[in-house]
Each structure stands twice: as structure tokens, then as C-alpha cells.
Design a protein around this ligand. Structure first.
Ligand code: CP
Length: 302
């Protein structure tokens, strides 16, 4: 199976990955052979700290081998096609973890027939949102459907994957973006088609939000964005996560997928303050990715 987005997982598979991630977190020794004898190629077109290290460490802990491929060396689409790269990787490896500029590149990599996992593209960041939801579950060990989650910022890949996860699990998520920076319309159509009864609300008026348990933000300038800093600050500054905002909303958790642009989308005071769970969120990348790999290779027999 491929995980190009969370749309590729059923709601029950998402729940299962989260439960498994929790089990792996407390009992890692039980999963030391999940990838025994398997090698996973990691093709990265863009920079990464958390994703690269957590996948490499996770694959190692599952008994497998990770092979990092810098796209500047492989030159997808230039030295050879993405399809040819994937077909060659399938001669030696059993899966591809890929961080790419365009979602279509992931689709081209599926020519190989070995599993392809999205490690971030322009539309989705599924492993991030699995870690986000696991972190919220740990912070609120109740029925997650009563937790009010607010996402502030651009309707980007991180936001869209969180929206799919929330829709699948019937979570209450409010997404507030500056006008013109909301989620992609094609994405919204897919979300509404796959989860017609979801509880994800999208808007632009932060003043209309009276309360949130969880406040989540991400960088205002994603990798590859070309707009100027002046234009970005003008549009996004009213949506900054700061102490006044978290107090007004009576928030109890602040999340950020990192890297953070301190004192832009989130102030130092909040990012380093008692509500911040950003390092727990980063740590959880390891467990959800191990769980995803275990499910794909051990339970689904890839
Ligand atoms: N959150 C995240 O994906 O971090 P990296 O870009 O460092 O991998």
C-alpha cells in the first residue's frame, strides 16, 4: 500500500496506527524485527531535521536499513525519470519514503509497486498529522471528540493533513487562515466527498473563535513559497499565537510542527512556555512512523 496522504488510510486504519504508536512507545522491544531484512530508500528533495532523523532512527529500531538519497545527487526528473528511479529502487529496496516538492512526484514514484510513504509534499504531511493527533490524545486522555482544536496560519500541507485526520476521527477542528490563504479547493472537495459529515470548520475571523483547548500553528512561509516577508507579515500578523491569544481562548496546549520562526507565527513566551507540547509532538513522529511501517510490512504483508 501507499500512504501519499491520510486519504489513503481508512478511519479504522488511522485509529489503529495511533493505538499501535502508543504501544510501540511503551514497549519498543516488541517491534525490533518488524523490518528485519528490509531496506527503505529515503528520497528527499527538500531539507529536513525531524522527518529524516525520526524515519532513520525508526527504521533502525524496527530492524531495517534506511538509505538516504539526496535529490541533488539523484536528480529526479533530470538525470532520469521519477518512474525509472522508483523501478530501480525496487530492485534493491522494499519501500520509498519521499519528501518532494509536488504531490505528483509521489504518484510517479508509485510506478515501482513497492510502498511509497509521503514524508511531506506541497499538499500533505500525513506522518506529521498522525504525530499531532497522538500528542493531542496524550494531552487529553478522554474522548478526543470533545476537544476543541484550532489551527491558525496558512491552509498548507500540515493543515490539510490535520484536517483529514480530524475528519476521519470525527474531531472538532477549526481552521482560521488569512483571506486567500485557506486550504486548496480541490482538497476541500475531496475532504467533503470522503467525509461528508466531518466537523472541520474553515474561516478567516479569529475574533469569532471564543475558545480552543489546543492551538496549533505552523510557519507562515512554507518551503518553496516565494512571497516577500513584508507581504507575509502584513497578511499573517493578526494570526500570531501569543500569550494574549492563548489566555483569551483559555487554551491548555500549544502545538507547532517545527521548525518555528520565533516571534513570527508564535512568540518565544508561548513556544517555550508551559502550554507548549512541541517537543512531545516532535518525539511522537518516531512512534507513529514506526507504527505505520509495522502495519504496512507486518500486518498488510508488503
Ligand atoms: N515537522 C517536520 O516535518 O520537520 P522537518 O521539516 O525538520 O522534517
Amino acid at each position: 500500500m501507499n500512504v501519499l496522504s491520510l486519504f489513503d488510510l481508512s478511519a479504522s486504519q488511522i485509529k489503529h496506527v495511533l493505538e499501535l504508536a502508543g504501544a510501540i512507545k511503551v514497549h519498543p522491544a516488541g517491534y525490533q524485527s518488524s523490518l528485519k531484512g528490509r531496506s527503505i530508500a529515503m528520497l528527499f528533495e527538500k531539507p529536513s531535521l525531524r522527518t529524516r532523523v525520526s524515519f532513520e532512527v525508526g527504521i533502525h529500531q524496527l530492524g531495517g536499513q534506511a538509505i538516504y538519497l539526496d535529490a541533488q545527487m539523484v536528480e529526479p526528473g533530470q538525470r532520469e525519470t521519477e518512474e525509472d528511479i522508483a523501478r530501480n529502487l525496487a530492485c534493491w529496496t522494499q519501500g520509498i519514503v519521499a519528501r518532494v516538492f509536488k504531490h505528483d512526484t509521489l504518484k510517479q514514484l508509485t510506478a515501482s509497486k513497492i510502498p511509497v510513504i509521503n514524508a511531506l509534499c506541497d499538499q500533505h504531511h500525513p506522518c506529521q498529522s498522525l504525530a499531532d493527533i497522538l500528542t493531542i490524545q496524550e494531552r487529553y486522555p478522554v474522548d478526543l471528540r470533545v476537544v476543541d482544536i484550532l489551527y491558525l496560519g496558512e491552509g498548507n500541507n500540515v493543515c490539510q493533513s490535520l484536517m483529514v485526520g480530524a475528519a476521519a476521527l470525527d474531531l472538532k477542528l477549526t481552521v482560521i487562515t488569512p483571506p486567500q490563504f485557506g486550504p486548496n479547493q480541490d482538497f476541500m472537495a475531496q475532504l467533503n466527498a470522503q467525509y461528508p459529515h466531518h466537523k472541520v470548520v474553515v474561516g478567516t475571523d479569529l475574533n469569532a473563535v471564543e475558545h480552543a483547548d489546543v492551538v496549533y500553528t505552523d510557519t507562515w512561509l512554507s518551503m518553496g513559497d516565494t512571497r516577500s516577508e513584508q507581504e507575509t507579515l502584513a497578511a499573517f500578523s493578526p494570526y500570531q499565537v501569543n500569550q494574549a491569544l492563548v489566555e483569551r481562548l483559555q487554551a491548555t496546549t500549544v502545538l507547532h510542527c517545527l521548525p518555528a520562526h520565533r516571534n513570527h507565527e508564535v512568540t518565544d513566551e508561548v513556544l517555550d512556555g508551559p502550554l507548549s507540547s512541541v517537543l512531545q509532538q516532535a518525539e511522537n513522529r518516531l512512534y507513529v512512523q514506526k507504527a505505520l511501517l509495522h502495519m504496512i510490512y507486518q500486518e498488510l504483508g508488503a
